[in-house]
Design a protein around this ligand. Structure first.
Ligand code: G4P
Length: 296
C-alpha cells in the first residue's frame, strides 16, 4: 500500500453540493443538543482550515477554536493567531492532540466558557449541570485524535464522510461534560486559490487539484520571505532575491537530481520538497500569518 493510499479517506473527499448540504444539516441537527462547539483547525493554516460557513451554522452557540498540531507550527505565529482570535472575542487554545493531556486541558476551558450557563442552572437549583459538546472541522485537522485524547481511550475512528447518519452517542469526558462521539465533518474554503495551496501543502487536498509547480513556488516564496534559514539548512541554498527557477535548479543540483542529459530534474526536486513539507521535515513552519498577507 502506498503512502497516498494509506491517507485517511477524509483527505480524498470530493465535496459535491449534495454532500455539503448533508453535512450542514447533520451538524445543525446535532447542534440542537449541544451547549458548545469545539472547532478544530490546523495551527499551520488557521484561516485556510476554517470552514467558511461554520460561524453562520453555529450562530449564537459558544465556540472554542482549537489550533491543533501546534507541534508542527511556528510557536511565535501560533501565539499571534491566538491573540488575534481572542481579540476578535473568540475563545481559542493551541494544542498538540497527539501528546498533550487533553483530558486535563480541555474540560476547564469548556467550563469557563459556559460559566454563565452553569451559574444560571445553579440558581435554579440544579447542582450539577451536564454540559454537552461536539467537535467539528474540515477533514484531517485532527478531530478523531482530539476526541481520543479527551476521552483518553481509543474510540472508533470516525467515518470521515459528510452526512453519514448513525445513532448519536455521548461519551463522558469529565464528571459534568459529555462529548458527541462523532465529529461533524465540514468542507474547506476551496474557492480561494491561496487556501487551496495551503491545504495541498499540508496534504489535505489531492495533488490533482493544485498544480504542483505552482504549489512549490508558493511554498519556496513563503520560506524565502519568512524562514530563509530553513531553506539554507535543508537545501543548502541562500539567495538575495526570489527567483523560483534559479532556486529550484539550485536545489536539484545540490540534491544531485539530474536527468540523463545532465539537465536538472526539476520535477524530482518539486516532489522532494513537497514530501519534505508534508512529512514535517522542514519543522515549525506556519503557512499563513494573520497580519502579514503577502502577494507574489
Ligand atoms: P480528522 O479526524 O480530523 O480527519 O483527523 P485525524 O484525527 O485522523 O488526524 C489526521 C492526522 O493528523 C493523523 O495522522 C493524526 O495522527 C495527525 N495528528 C492529529 N493531531 C495531531 C497533532 O497535534 N500533531 C501531530 N503532529 N499530528 C497530529 P495520520 O498520519 O493520518 O495517521 P496516524 O497513523 O499518524 O494516526
Amino acid at each position: 500500500m502506498t503512502k497516498e493510499e494509506k491517507k485517511p479517506a477524509s483527505t480524498r473527499i470530493n465535496w459535491y453540493p449534495g454532500h455539503m448540504q448533508k453535512a450542514k444539516i447533520q451538524i445543525q441537527e446535532s447542534l440542537k443538543m449541544v451547549d458548545i462547539v469545539v472547532e478544530i483547525r490546523d495551527a499551520r493554516i488557521p484561516f485556510s482550515s476554517e470552514n467558511p460557513l461554520l460561524r453562520d451554522i453555529i450562530a449564537q452557540k459558544p465556540r472554542l477554536i482549537v489550533l491543533n498540531k501546534k507541534d508542527m507550527a511556528d510557536a511565535k505565529r501560533t501565539d499571534e493567531w491566538l491573540e488575534h482570535l481572542r481579540n476578535a472575542n473568540d475563545q481559542a487554545v493551541a494544542i498538540d492532540a497527539v501528546n498533550d493531556n487533553l483530558k486535563q486541558i480541555i474540560p476547564p476551558i469548556i467550563k469557563d466558557i459556559l460559566k454563565a450557563k452553569i451559574a444560571k442552572a445553579q440558581a435554579r437549583g440544579i447542582r450539577k449541570k451536564m454540559l454537552r459538546a461536539m467537535v467539528v472541522g474540515i477533514p484531517n485537522v485532527g478531530k478523531s485524535t482530539f476526541i481520543n485524547g479527551v476521552v483518553k481511550k481509543k474510540v472508533a475512528k470516525s467515518e470521515n464522510r459528510p452526512g453519514v447518519t448513525k445513532s448519536l452517542q455521548w461519551i463522558k469526558i469529565h464528571e459534568d461534560i459529555e462529548l458527541l462521539d462523532t465529529p461533524g465533518v465540514l468542507w474547506p474554503r476551496f474557492a480561494d486559490e491561496l487556501v487551496a495551496v495551503n491545504l495541498a501543502l499540508i496534504g489535505s487536498l489531492n495533488d490533482q487539484v493544485v498544480d504542483k509547480k505552482m504549489l512549490i513556488k508558493q511554498a519556496l516564496f513563503h520560506l524565502y520571505n519568512f524562514y530563509p534559514d530553513k531553506l539554507t539548512m535543508r537545501y543548502g541554498i541562500s539567495f538575495d532575491r526570489f527567483d523560483f527557477e534559479t532556486m529550484i535548479e539550485a536545489i536539484a543540483a545540490n540534491k544531485n537530481f539530474l536527468l540523463k542529459d545532465s539537465k536538472k530534474d526539476i520535477n524530482k526536486a518539486i516532489d522532494f520538497i513537497l514530501t519534505d513539507i508534508r512529512n514535517n521535515r522542514i519543522e515549525n513552519v506556519t503557512w499563513e500569518f494573520w497580519h502579514e498577507p503577502y502577494q507574489q
